[in-house]
Design a protein around this ligand. Structure first.
Ligand SMILES: Nc1ncnc2c1ncn2[C@@H]1O[C@H](COP(=O)(O)OP(=O)(O)OP(=O)(O)O)[C@@H](O)[C@H]1O
Ligand SMILES: [Mg+2]
Length: 250
């Protein structure tokens, strides 16, 4: 059976305005929705307020860091390890057989985008009934230095490489987006209504929809759901989802 790749937005797991504060209540509810799903699942989580404020504070909103900035990388990765630990705790508590996987062991970047994506560690875990959990972070850039790697890009890369049954982006999506049944993202004009989020290395909602383009073009079923609403993630994992927004090319 093909796995589902689920990107759990950092916007759902953390409090946007409180740096490094985990939203335990929401994470617990989402963990229970995941636990109800019986199929193979790969979770990629975002960084929310554990990852975005440091990018501003340490001045790497461009997403690139020179090799000398390894101490900053270690510090920020420490915060992300903590977030992953907190999420893993909630997943296990809900009954998900989750195992954390460091993103640097799966991906390499080149010129700011993912150039290598290793799937075998995930496949081995899935074959043994485990749920791998990885996240966005700061990765070694091929050649030198480091690149901020968006968890949206990671989820898209894994969905294309595994292959998967479905790719789901769960996020704090409000308004028109969460009510649409399908959303065309095939061309730049489709995304013209969305301003890029300049305070976010991975570009917020616009970056997410751009990340989704390649898998959508390959015909991978790709959904976006408002994870703030109870049961929406549960529904998106169902054989036939009835509430999610389907991302389409045209
Ligand atoms: N319909 C919409 N159009 C444009 N922006 C939206 C819309 N709905 C929500 N947003 C904004 O986009 C944000 C979601 O993008 P963001 O990157 O912050 O979340 P995420 O990807 O879930 O989190 P992370 O990047 O930490 O994983 C929301 O918090 C909101 O500010
Ligand atoms: Mg994001």
């Amino acid at each position: 059976v093909r796995p589902v790749v689920l990107k759990l937005g950092g916007s759902l797991l953390t409090y946007a305005r409180r740096e490094g504060v985990f939203s335990r209540r929401r994470a617990r509810r989402l963990a229970e929705e995941l636990a109800a799903f019986r199929g193979p699942l790969v979770v990629v989580h975002g960084t929310g307020s554990f990852g975005k404020p440091p990018a501003r504070r340490f001045g790497y909103l461009t997403g690139r860091l020179r090799t000398e900035r390894a101490p900053v990388v270690s510090k920020v990765e420490g915060a992300l390890d903590r977030l992953r630990g907190l999420l893993l705790e909630e997943l296990r508590r809900a009954g998900v057989r989750a195992v954390g996987v460091s993103p640097a062991s799966l991906f390499e970047c080149r010129a700011g985008s993912i150039s290598r994506c290793e799937t075998w560690p995930l496949v081995r875990l899935l074959q043994r009934g485990l749920t791998p959990v990885t996240s966005g972070g700061i990765l070694p850039n091929a050649g030198a230095g480091f690149t901020v790697c968006s968890s949206d890009d990671m989820a898209a890369a894994l969905a294309m490489a595994l292959p998967v049954r479905r790719l789901i982006f769960a996020t704090d999506a409000r308004g028109a987006l969460s009510r649409a049944r399908s959303l065309p993202i095939g061309s730049t004009t489709h995304l013209a209504w969305l301003a890029p989020d300049l305070a976010d290395v991975s570009g917020g909602m616009r970056g997410k929809l751009e990340a989704a383009r390649a898998p959508v073009r390959l015909g991978i079923e790709t959904l976006i759901v408002n994870g703030n609403r109870p049961y929406r993630v549960h529904d998106a994992l169902a054989p036939v989802p009835s509430h999610a927004t389907r991302l389409v090319s045209r």
